[in-house]
Design a binder for this molecule. Structure first.
Ligand SMILES: [Zn+2]
Length: 85
């Protein structure tokens, strides 16, 4: 299965199992779910928005949330470490 289809499938299953059937821990996890991982408004800075414009061209993602940003943070930290070493 293609990566994008896998991601779509996971999203659909998560919504059904977690939000409709309320299976809790047994439900499929979806780290891109906006109901589970709501992004705080204060984190929507201009810098992040600019970065996201570029990032979404590379990754099939509809929107960003905390998990996406955690990934971006790790990426930025790693770049800084590489630059300073
Ligand atoms: Zn959810």
């Amino acid at each position: 299965m293609e990566k994008y289809e896998e991601w779509e499938d996971r999203k659909v299953r998560h919504r059904r199992e977690y939000h409709e059937e309320k299976r809790g821990r047994n439900a499929t996890e979806d780290l891109s779910c906006n109901n589970c991982y709501r992004l705080h408004e204060w984190y929507r800075t201009e810098e992040i928005k600019e970065f996201w414009k570029w990032y979404r061209k590379l990754v099939p993602a509809e929107t960003y949330n905390r998990n996406t940003l955690r990934g971006i943070d790790n990426l930025l930290i790693k770049n800084k470490e590489e630059l300073s070493s």
